[in-house]
Design a protein around this ligand. Sequence first.
Ligand SMILES: [Mn+2]
Length: 430
Amino acid sequence: MAELHISGELIAAENDRLLAAHKSDYEALGTHLTRRNIDIDAITSKVAEFFVAVPSWGVGTGGTRFARFPGIGEPRGIFDKLDDCAVIQQLTRTTPNVSLHIPWDKADPKHLKAHADAHGLGFDAMNSNTFSDAPDQAHSYKYGSLSHVNAATRTQAIEHNIECIEIGAAIGSKALTVWIGDGSNFPGQSNFAKAFERYLASMLEIYKALPDDWRIFSEHKMYEPAFYSTVVQDWGTNYLIAQTLGPKAYCLVDLGHHAPNTNIEMIVSRLIQFKKLGGFHFNDSKYGDDDLDAGSIDPYRLFLVFNELVDAEDRGVENFHPAHMIDQSHNVTDPIESLISSANEIRRAYAQALLVDRKALSAYQDENDALMASDILKRAYRTDVEPILAEARRQSAGAIDPIATYRKSGYRELVGKERPLSAAGGGGII
Ligand SMILES: [Mn+2]
């Protein structure tokens, strides 16, 4: 197989071409921030240390209930996916870890580890799948998995999750995200209390198999794939799960899994306060779980989420290390470009949140000065931090303009020749 990555020379040459303009922009922003008593280099260093994991499933083209339109050079399996993830990391220096989804990404852990090592990648949380049936499995998940009425189906789902932990332990992962599709489509179909009891009992079995230094994440979702009720429907239920399981259990917040107009940043604040925020599945949405690119629809909401995270960091909240992951479906873009752009948008929200004058904000809050408190947030959000993001990438040998460099590299055309057009390759609603 040909060497599938972007050449360091190309990145350096592109950066050289853009350097003078970039330096000038960075200096201008630095001068502006100095007037606000902010040291631009300190912000850049923090941004350079902020990472978000990419999902292995994100580098393939997604799809909707209508259709899936595969792109050129789609990854044929996990090793191709890792190659694509390496390109994203090479250009952005923001995504050093990949989150695997089992059984799709199942392979010899030694090979997985070696391939990732060779590309400078590590592994983030493992993801289980008991929302669709694998070809060889004995019991179907059509009517649920961890909460299924049949004990044998539940046992199979528990064992699958334990296998995910075992694979993860062999490749250096430290967390398991449990994915379920459990719920009901008709009132009366499911007994809410009994289903939740069965789910909790199953989760306890998985919890018992967690290594000491691991965390387990549960994700709430209001609807889909079930349309009347889901077993983990909201953040309150999610919190109850984490509380019931124990100290290694945390809640994951997927930005697309809420009712429209839900105040997500407030949920984030509550989970932080009660020490159960596990992390995020970043994406954006307009109507439901649209899985659009982070920051593409409502960048202010993304900023407000990060405002809570930076506030917690500032207050020195103990044992606070949320796992940041992207969970998106790319239907009309080159998935690599979408993931590059999303990683940048997530860092942008973080950088903007770092610019919030928290002392002034706190004073305005105490004075009940609503207008000025809001203005403090807006002032940070309005600041164009692109030069900070570009500088953080440049200092880490990434690209000043990652998407332009990616397009110039011809990577997509190259893999298009190596990888035949695939009609399969996962997809559908994720
Ligand atoms: Mn998710």
